[in-house]
Write a protein that binds this ligand. Structure first.
Ligand code: 2AM
Ligand code: CA
Length: 260
């Protein structure tokens, strides 16, 4: 069996353990710190979950490199070899303010190519997963290839940063679609595009850990995941990001070009 498929059970166990840790914190006072701005927060729980993943990866897969949002992993100049990309809590603001709509995300890349991706919507108990070339799943159910709907035929998700910073651009895409939906977790929004609830998701600036797992899952169901100008995602940097059905992807890029 492919070595990345063999890892599935272990990775999912780690994710369920992390979810327990996160849920057990609901009754406690969180230690909350600000990162780049007042809406970019980190808690003691984000840090504890990342450390827990790193400990387990070191124990089971010594020598493999880890990129983690909270900085307890390695520094990266390239993506050579096997690289784990971890977002301990995606949607930290939702975790703090709503105790809902946040995810745990784990991806495994080899020489820059996505091999396995997991997005766990903790409160809905939905494990989205994919292995390269083997399709994507929500829990045990295989996700069908997406219908190639156009922008006007579907709902689109837009990050709140894009709504506030690039209002014109967000409005242009929103108006051309059936409607706009906002959740505030790149992982859950991407999972909803993969499961056909949305036809696309656009975000002003996503970090590698916001993208890595979702990109593998999205591509397995026939979605296109690129930067907003259509060029390839760079997992060593932040990216203005666009994931959509092939037709909606083309339409959104055309709309964004008319804005320039
Ligand atoms: P995070 O919660 O892991 O930081 C919110 O619209 C989405 O954008 C979340 O998935 C959030 O991930 C991500 N995001 C990326 N950069 C961000 C930033 N600087 N501030 C807030 N959210 C950010
Ligand atoms: Ca995070």
């Amino acid at each position: 069996m492919n070595q990345f498929i063999e890892r599935t059970q272990l990775i999912q166990e780690w994710i369920y353990d992390a979810a327990k840790l996160i849920k057990s914190s609901f009754e406690e006072n969180l230690d909350i710190q600000q990162k780049s701005n007042r809406n970019d927060l980190v808690t003691n729980i984000d840090k504890a979950v990342e450390k827990q993943f790193i400990e387990k990866i070191h124990q089971f897969f010594p020598g493999e490199r880890i990129m983690g949002e909270e900085g307890f992993g390695d520094e990266f100049q390239n993506l050579d070899g096997i690289v784990w990309i971890i977002d301990p809590i995606d949607g930290t603001l939702n975790f703090i303010k709503q105790q809902y709509d946040f995810a745990i995300m784990v991806a495994v890349y080899e020489d820059g190519i996505g091999q396995a991706g997991f997005i766990y919507d903790v409160m809905q108990d939905k494990m989205y997963s994919a292995h390269k070339g083997k399709g994507a799943y929500c829990n045990k159910k295989k996700l069908p290839p997406v219908k190639d709907l156009s922008l006007k035929e579907g709902l689109v998700a837009i990050s709140s940063a894009l709504m506030s910073k690039e209002e014109g651009l967000a409005r242009l895409v929103g108006r051309a679609s059936s409607g706009v939906r906002l959740i505030g977790s790149a992982g859950i929004e991407t999972a909803h595009v993969a499961s056909g609830q949305l036809i696309g998701y656009i975000a002003a600036s996503l970090a590698p850990w916001d993208i890595a797992a979702g990109k593998i899952i999205a591509e397995e169901v026939g979605l296109i995941y690129t930067k907003m100008n259509g060029s390839s995602i760079d997992l060593l940097q932040k990216n203005p990001s666009l994931v959509a059905t092939p037709t909606a992807h083309k339409e959104i890029i055309m709309l964004l070009n008319t804005k320039k």
